[in-house]
Design a binder for this molecule. Structure first.
Ligand SMILES: [Zn+2]
Length: 344
């Protein structure tokens, strides 16, 4: 059996920079026509000029003959000026602004410490229609790590949407039934991305027979009831939900460590993993809209013209890929069998 669908896009991707980017970029470019590229470099991508230079480095690193469009984002800080948002909206290549609560995840220490300080910037985004992409977790150490998304909705997201009711907002990599319900109940200006790993795994995967660093990501995997809610949302056909891998490469040494980094590397087999999740719900006929239509429509971009084909055919994912500085990159499902294969 095989399915042919419109070439998809990845609405949340970490490409890193330099040699690391050169190592992972071909994987995403093979799977997707476009990707929203996260700005959490060191230092972060906070201006249109820096985003433009980063975009040029990505295009220069593409293998010859491969077409792939990086859609750039700006990293919101407490001191982002409103004029920078206007420049971004006018640039033609910056497609969104990313909100990281300070300290929430990888390279987020320059993030927003108090969203109240960003009111003028959010008002300009509301006016320009430039989407705000939100890492939706509170960083309050008093809140249990498994509850941080739910508490973020109550403390930050609901008040923000009351103050800026027309802002176009993507609640990224949602992990809970609370987030899926919240997005479903909001207006059409609010949408969400869902990762393949949150559709395929619950939090038991982190502790199966020992600590499993390659299943550790942020937001962390949740209970089975939440995974089921995410599967329901992704396969519902509701245009508010679309594909965003949050594929996040870290070297094997930095994952398999006493304090391992957060992030799952899924870019090399992203569509295969999503197909498996949709197949588990007997909803393969809904995969195309989730992967190829809903995100483009929300971001007001044309749908892609090309096609890709997935065949039901078992194959073995490599145990590791080559990464920067001679290091290895271990993908999610390393050395395991996948049920679907993306054809070239
Ligand atoms: Zn991310």
């Amino acid at each position: 059996m095989q399915i042919t669908i419109t070439r998809p896009d990845d609405w949340h991707l970490h490409l890193r920079d330099g040699a690391a980017m050169a190592a992972v970029l071909p994987h995403s470019a093979r799977q997707f026509a476009r990707a929203i590229v996260m700005p959490n470099l060191r230092p972060p991508v906070t201006t249109v000029a820096v985003a433009g230079a980063y975009r040029a480095r990505i295009l220069a690193a593409l293998p010859q003959g491969v077409s792939f469009a990086p859609l750039m984002t700006l990293y919101l800080t407490d001191s982002t000026p409103p004029e920078e948002i206007r420049r971004a909206a006018a640039s033609g290549f910056v497609h969104a602004v990313k909100l990281y609560p300070a300290g929430a995840t990888t390279n987020s220490d320059s993030g927003v410490s108090d969203i109240g300080r960003c009111a003028a910037v959010l008002a300009v985004m509301e006016e320009c229609g430039l989407p705000l992409l939100v890492h939706g977790e509170v960083t309050d150490p008093a809140i249990d790590v498994f509850d941080r998304e739910k508490v973020f909705i109550e403390r930050i997201l609901q008040p923000l949407l009351l103050r800026h009711p027309r802002i176009r907002l993507v609640f990224e990599h949602i992990t809970t039934s609370d987030a899926a319900d919240f997005v479903r109940d909001c207006g059409d200006n609010v949408a969400a991305t869902i990762t393949a790993h949150h559709l395929l795994y619950n939090r038991n995967a982190i502790f199966a027979g020992g600590i499993r660093p390659h299943h550790y990501c942020l937001p962390v995997l949740k209970r089975e009831q939440h995974r089921q809610a995410l599967l329901g949302a992704a396969t519902s056909g509701n245009p508010k939900f679309f594909l965003g891998t949050d594929s996040a490469p870290h070297s094997q040494a930095s994952k398999e460590a006493a304090c391992g980094c957060a992030g799952c590397y899924t870019a090399a087999a992203a569509l295969e993993l999503y197909a498996e999740a949709f197949e588990s719900m007997a909803a393969l006929d809904r995969l195309e809209a989730f992967a190829s239509f809903h995100g483009a429509d929300f971001h007001r971009l044309p749908r892609n013209a090309g096609k890709i084909t997935l065949r039901q055919e078992e194959w073995l994912l490599p145990t590791a890929f080559a990464y920067a500085d001679g290091e290895a990159l271990v993908p999610l499902r390393a050395g395991e069998r996948l049920r679907w294969r993306l054809l070239d």
